[in-house]
Design a protein around this ligand. Structure first.
Ligand SMILES: NC(=O)c1ccc[n+]([C@@H]2O[C@H](COP(=O)([O-])OP(=O)(O)OC[C@H]3O[C@@H](n4cnc5c(N)ncnc54)[C@H](OP(=O)(O)O)[C@@H]3O)[C@@H](O)[C@H]2O)c1
Length: 280
């Protein structure tokens, strides 16, 4: 535990950053644990990222989270990248070590897995085919998370097929790349569907995906959390599927970050969830 005279500091850097709910999450946690501290949003253009990260130790920050578009850039800046972040190819969390050096990790996969497990504790990634739509930064972390849970068949489908092919090669797992035009048919026999594209997010059109071939037994997760329920989540529920929204991915990925920054393991409570949902 930190000494009472120390004011705890962490941040989230992104460009833009106004949409981030992370400050509400982490400042709620300081209050919940009775700790003096602050978590600040920092709008950071990529060209200033290096100077900003290097300033963290001087400013007494324990670390920061990174969001779009900084997760890849940070890989070449920090002093050490942990093995999981290397495999995923992106850093979501930076930790300032005692000697002032910077350590980068990726907690997005943890957030993804634990969000699913919170709602479906008996979830098994090897229960049947999983359709993952999207091949951006988040999809990378999700692929890692699914493979970590023993997924046996992942149907990866992305508008730009070459990106999905690159991921399939890099991850060298049970990944079958499905052409974008075949995405509707790819749902046939699936045990799970995950949307990791930006489609359905506020300001974006819904994901163009017909659910008629999706078994009603399939679990549907959209990692988007603004809006609280995307058109995909609403359509899947109406189709009869069990659904999980994206907010929990954000809430759970903060747990390993807090452990690394402050030596504390926070919980994802109903109160925290309600507090954030009220802002969505
Ligand atoms: N809940 C959480 O904690 C959490 C964490 C991370 C991300 N997210 C959300 O996940 C989403 C993806 O994030 P990211 O970091 O992976 O972004 P990204 O790297 O920019 O990837 C965007 C993905 O969306 C696809 N896409 C964009 N426009 C499309 C369109 N018109 N039709 C079909 N596909 C389209 C892209 O396909 P192309 O390759 O063809 O461009 C790509 O697969 C964002 O909405 C983000 O907010 C949530």
């Amino acid at each position: 535990m930190t000494s009472p005279d120390r004011f705890l500091l962490a941040a989230v850097m992104g460009w833009p950053i106004f949409q981030s709910r992370s400050p509400i999450v982490h400042n709620f946690r300081f209050a919940e644990h009775g700790l003096a501290g602050s978590y600040v949003p920092l709008a950071m253009p990529p060209e200033r990222l290096e100077a900003a990260l290097r300033a963290l130790p001087t400013l007494n920050f324990s670390g920061c989270n990174l969001t779009i578009p900084l997760k890849q850039d940070a890989m070449r800046i920090v002093d050490e990248v942990d093995i999981t972040a290397k495999k995923i190819g992106a850093i979501s969390c930076v930790v300032v070590r005692k000697d002032g050096s910077l350590w980068g990790s990726n907690n997005d996969w943890y957030g993804f897995n634990h969000n699913i497990l919170e709602f479906v504790p008996e979830w098994r990634a090897d229960a049947g085919p999983i359709v993952l739509v999207g091949a951006g930064g988040a999809a990378r972390a999700i692929l890692y998370g699914l493979m970590e849970r023993g997924a046996r068949e992942i149907r990866l489908c992305n508008r730009t097929q070459a990106r999905a092919q690159t991921l399939a090669q890099e991850f060298a797992g049970p990944i079958n790349v499905v052409p974008w035009e075949q995405r509707h048919d790819a749902l046939d026999g699936a045990a799970m569907l995950v949307n990791a594209t930006s489609q359905g997010m506020i300001g974006q059109p819904p994901l163009d995906l017909r659910l008629d071939k999706l078994p009603k037994s399939a679990l549907v997760n959209d990692i988007i959390y603004i809006p609280r329920e995307t058109p995909l989540i609403i359509a899947a529920r109406e189709h009869g599927n069990r659904t999980i929204t994206g907010l929990g991915m954000l809430l759970h990925q903060g747990i390993p970050a807090w452990k690394a920054w402050f030596g504390i393991e926070p919980k994802v409570t109903a109160e925290l969830r309600a507090k954030i949902e009220a802002t969505l």
